[in-house]
Write a protein that binds this ligand. Structure first.
Ligand SMILES: Cc1cc2nc3c(=O)[nH]c(=O)nc-3n(C[C@H](O)[C@H](O)[C@H](O)COP(=O)(O)OP(=O)(O)OC[C@H]3O[C@@H](n4cnc5c(N)ncnc54)[C@H](O)[C@@H]3O)c2cc1C
Length: 388
């Protein structure tokens, strides 16, 4: 099905089997706030690398696995089948950096990141700048061979586990004053402090603290690309991540469809399997149908990337995939809770966990409203045929 090559199937099956080995640990992670014993997490991390499921997005020239976009999607789909972020060990380091990293940056962060020795975090969002990244208030002041960064960043995912963080700020002096820079800051670093670590709906090992940067001195060699280019990299990262969000949502949808179908087949109510009740059958059928549509769209966009489709088209289509797949997964999770009945409200039940966990997929990497705005703007500018 889906015209996958033997190589595509091989990597998908490897990822599927690995994801299956993580599933038995979900409930323990859920009940311990997302934490598993350190040795176990280290074992999963090592296994992901050994199986060739780590850095699938990085070209072989930079030490990565060098997968096609479709293969990356196939792996991330399997990541999405597992709750509590346990499959995040199939990590994708910043591939947009490969072409622009200086030799120093490559040796210090990029290559160790690809080898799984260093981990990154992104500090872009602020209290008053989320969807509208152009509204950032954090500043970077050029002072000789350094930048001095001031600002407070919100929702910095994985900060507690990261070795370095990308910080986006607005230059307040020099020829590019008013434009954005992206800087790399090692962790820990003087002036970088956690303000507080809020609790979120999901329970995963990666925290999302609010982080303050106070007179943080960053060597100029830590600038990614050039002054004024900050937004370009963020856009590249968004385009990639949106497709990967879509992939993980398809994986989640598949797991939910599998689990609710098995339950509806085996659960007997008033002498008959639940699946024979037409109102329940409708929920199963709608879920499988939407999942099929989502996956077909996802693979089509990935194949367009592999075929070298234009950046603008891909920007719009990545938004379409992110929008549709995340909303599909949300609807499927809601139905799955309903099919499971009271069991579906228990934290030990996969539908309950996904019901909470999938909600953020409509928010991060651009909300559903932002995706719709991107799609509609392209329809108006370039004509609907450019996208679909
Ligand atoms: C768990 C989690 C992890 C995150 N991790 C990171 C991270 O690692 N690094 C990072 O930098 N950020 C991260 N974020 C931030 C995330 O990207 C933002 O929350 C998201 O972009 C939305 O921004 P906001 O929260 O400021 O909402 P707002 O931008 O304030 O939006 C609020 C509401 O208004 C709507 N809205 C806003 N603008 C428009 C518009 N133009 N048209 C129509 N509706 C609009 C939105 O869709 C939304 O419904 C994370 C967020 C969460 C929840």
């Amino acid at each position: 099905m889906y015209g996958l090559t033997a190589d595509d199937q091989r990597i998908r099956d490897t990822a599927h089997e690995f994801a299956d080995s993580l599933i038995p640990h979900e409930v323990e992670a859920e009940l311990s706030g997302g934490q598993l014993p350190k040795e176990l997490t280290a074992e999963f991390h090592a296994r992901a690398i050994e199986l060739g499921l780590y850095a699938t997005n990085i070209p072989t020239s930079a030490g990565g696995v060098g997968c096609t976009a479709l293969q990356q999607v196939l792996v991330q789909e399997q990541v999405g089948r597992v709750t509590n972020g346990l499959a995040w060990v199939m990590h994708t380091p910043p591939q947009w950096w490969v072409d622009v990293a200086t030799e120093y940056q490559r040796e210090r962060w990029l290559l160790p990141g690809v080898r799984g020795e260093k981990h990154e975090a992104y500090a872009i969002t602020e209290e008053f700048a989320g969807s509208d990244v152009s509204g950032l208030a954090a500043t970077a002041h050029r002072d000789g061979d350094e930048y001095v960064v001031n600002g407070v960043k919100w929702h910095v995912t994985s900060f507690n586990l990261a070795d370095y963080v990308f910080v986006q700020a607005v230059l307040d002096n020099g020829p590019f004053a008013g434009e954005h820079v992206l800087l790399v800051v090692d962790l820990p670093w003087p002036g970088v402090e956690v303000v507080r670590t809020p609790h979120y709906s999901h329970h995963i090992a990666d925290e999302h603290p609010i982080v303050s940067f106070t007179d943080v001195r960053v060597p100029a060699s830590h600038l990614v690309g050039h002054e004024g280019q900050g937004m370009t990299f963020t856009q590249d990262w968004f385009r990639f991540e949106r497709l990967m969000v879509a992939a993980r949502c398809v994986g989640a949808g598949q797991r939910l469809v599998d689990e609710m179908t098995a339950f509806a087949r085996d659960r007997i109510v008033d002498g008959r399997p639940l699946a024979e009740y037409q109102l329940v059958a409708g929920m199963l059928a709608d879920s499988a149908t939407e999942l099929f549509a989502a996956r077909a769209m996802l693979y089509e966009v990935a194949r367009s990337i592999d075929a070298g489709a234009g950046r603008k088209t891909l920007h719009g289509q990545a938004s379409m995939a992110k929008l549709y797949c995340s909303e599909m997964a949300g609807r499927v999770a809601d139905r799955a809770v309903q099919v499971f009945g009271g069991r579906g409200y228990m934290r030990e039940n996969v539908a309950e966990r996904f019901f909470r966990e999938l909600r953020v997929e409509r928010i991060w990497e651009g909300t559903s409203e932002v995706q719709r705005a991107i799609i509609a703007a392209q329809m108006v500018k370039r004509g609907p045929a450019a996208l679909a």
